[in-house]
Design a protein around this ligand. Sequence first.
Ligand SMILES: Cc1cc2nc3c(=O)[nH]c(=O)nc-3n(C[C@H](O)[C@H](O)[C@H](O)COP(=O)(O)OP(=O)(O)OC[C@H]3O[C@@H](n4cnc5c(N)ncnc54)[C@H](O)[C@@H]3O)c2cc1C
Length: 494
Amino acid sequence: MASAGTLGFDRSADIVVVGFGCAGLAAAITAWRAGAEVLVLEKEPADAHTPSTRMSGGMMMATTDVGKATAYLDRCAGGMVPRDVSEAWARRATGLIDWLLEIAPELNLARVGGAEHPEFEGSDAFGVYQPGGAKTRLDLNGKAGVFLWEKLAQNFHAKTGVPVLWDSPADRLIRADDGRIVGVETTDGRRIGARKGVILTCGGYLHNARMKRDYLRTWPVYFYGNPGNTGDGVRMAQEVGADLWHMNQMIGRAIGNFQLEDGSDLPVILFLNPPGYVITDRYGKRFADESAQANLLHGFYYHLLAYDPATGETPRNPCYWFFDEKRRKAGMLTLPSVGAHAVGIYTWSADNSAEVARGWIAKGSTIAEAAAAAGVADPAAAQAEVEAYNRACREGSPDPFGRPAETMVPVEEGPFYCVKLYPGGSNTTGGPRRNARAQILDTRGQPIPGLYAAGELGQATGMLYPSDGSNLSEGFCFGQIAAEAALADNGAAA
Ligand SMILES: Cc1cc2nc3c(=O)[nH]c(=O)nc-3n(C[C@H](O)[C@H](O)[C@H](O)COP(=O)(O)OP(=O)(O)OC[C@H]3O[C@@H](n4cnc5c(N)ncnc54)[C@H](O)[C@@H]3O)c2cc1C
């Protein structure tokens, strides 16, 4: 039988962490604190490292009461996550803010909000925190994920000295004859031994077209997170017999996707506010209260998944966002502190004029003209729909989709604009099935010895996003849990 000692490793550590984002950092720091020798493998080079954690808004969810928070998370999961997994998260999230401030006191985390579904039992046990002394939600002040990551990574490197092997994509897991995962092989053939466990924290399948088409509920679908998150962890775990869970789920909203000169996609988070917006389907018809999308909540995308079996069409994928000159002048259509703009992948123009010139934002002297330029199938219907909406705004009539009165601002100051929106968002949540101890499970529900995961790779969320900051919270919490479990299961550090 091949033992770990005879497998010919180029280098070894107690714990090997695959992927350096929030989940990888949490796993690595936890194992290091316990005295383990830790090694991190990161796919991207150090000078082009854009984990979704760094691209993010930096908002973090924490809890104050384990029982209440478990009940709430369980309801949001909609049966897709066992209750004990939700409980493990709820418990760990009670100490999350202190844990982060211990690593990086300069984060200056401030409470800016709470649960996304305040009507659900247990919602009052949640707090959402933002770094950089923010006062309100989305008060990003240039101190979003870039700031969060910079402070955490600086402290991590300075305090732990844990090596990060940059430009080192993990390609396959190495298994001993007794079934235990004992290492990782990189794409260039280096064999890295893991004496006490491999922790996969390499993100979702945001940029893997085949996986998205096979697993998600609609197509096309785009994500504005790290270009390096291509589902490698899903494949590696499958190869050693992992079961998968909630592959059809994502943290979604409507987003932009544009083509760059070289033909590559540029997925972008778009910001509808300030009010003066209408979204229609491809036939020019409104279909939902757009303020949920404008306020960057996470339920609007469910409306975009509709499929018409009579025509074989997805009439709301894409859908079409109409606005006027007042909105164009009010600020960037994207949030400059997050996503591609924040990490230098694409610099969006301050007045949106460059994106109008590129044709990403279609323009017209009437709504119908802008609609035709964007590809709406019935531009006259779109014109009529926006006129009806404008009338309702002026008359103060209740909106048929229940849109709040204060958001009913007419779209009336030409020229007019239209942008195609697609279902997408920040991340996928499917991946290898795991238990409350972050162990990856095989298709018979048994832990695969030596293999753990955390973060958006098989994240412990289901139907509804619990609150702003839940992705980062999940990664930080289960990263800690995974490292503790790996050391407990396989012999604590020497
Ligand atoms: C614009 C934007 C805004 C967001 N805002 C928020 C927010 O405010 N709050 C919140 O909670 N969530 C937010 N999210 C989502 C959140 O950022 C992510 O879900 C979370 O950061 C995921 O953490 P992670 O550690 O799992 O993955 P990541 O942070 O993406 O880290 C994964 C790492 O693994 C590396 N990797 C990939 N494949 C391999 C491989 N084969 N070998 C080695 N390394 C590999 C990647 O290069 C990457 O560095 C946002 C996301 C985006 C894009």
